[in-house]
Design a protein around this ligand. Structure first.
Ligand code: DC
Length: 202
């Protein structure tokens, strides 16, 4: 049986946490599609052409921890604006989405472009200041030397680029359930997402 859950939203809104929790709750496979663009961004930073990097991407390039740096995030966001980069990554994502047993994919264009027929679509968002504060704490915990204003500027720059690009911009699908996590605890946000998915599975 295939069952696709599409979870989109801006950086640091809580998509990752919610996606992992939904996947675990319903025993679905999970793909963080941001990792695909981050892997491309990481290759660009060492001089590889973005389109070549996207076409040559391999599963072993998707090392989550190594790819979660601020520089790679910005490079990913720039590479993600190139239509040929996005096109090269479509088949892999659709194959994952339709695997037997069901899947959760999180990203920016899952409900709008990659899986317009997903059984459930969630759009997870939060105010930019709240997202920047979360990202700042996450980076500080990892020992990165940064400050809140820099992180906020990064979050806003990425929002602007991701939302204004011509191909597959970050936008909620018309039929997405909106979850604003600004004033929600992690548990409450997860509960809202699980309830939306449960309603579609019933
Ligand atoms: O979710 P993330 O922060 O790891 O994503 C990194 C960048 O990749 C983000 O700024 C935009 C891009 N991206 C995208 O364009 N489409 C996706 N489905 C996922 C990520």
């Amino acid at each position: 049986m295939t069952f696709t859950v599409a979870i989109d939203g801006p950086a640091a809104a809580g998509k990752g946490t919610i996606s992992k929790a939904v996947a675990a709750h319903f025993d679905l496979a999970h793909l963080d599609t941001g990792l695909l663009y981050r892997a491309v961004g990481a290759r660009v930073l060492v001089g590889v052409d973005a389109i070549d990097a996207a076409r040559d991407l391999r599963a072993e390039d998707l090392d989550g921890d190594a790819l979660r740096t601020a520089d790679i995030a910005q490079a990913a966001s720039r590479a993600a604006a190139i239509p040929e980069v996005r096109a090269a990554l479509v088949d892999f994502q659709r194959a994952f989405a339709t695997r037997q047993g069901g899947a959760v994919l999180d990203g920016r264009d899952i409900g709008t472009v990659i899986c317009p027929d997903a059984a459930v679509k969630l759009f997870v968002t939060a105010r930019a200041e709240v997202r920047a504060q979360r990202r700042f704490e996450e980076l500080s915990d990892k020992g990165a030397v940064t400050d809140f204003e820099t992180v906020l500027a990064d979050v806003k720059a990425r929002d602007e680029r991701d939302s204004s690009r011509a191909t597959a911009p970050l936008v909620a699908a018309d039929d997405a359930v909106l979850i604003d996590t600004s004033d929600l605890s992690i548990d409450a946000a997860i509960a809202a997402a699980v309830a939306a998915v449960a309603a579609a599975r019933a």
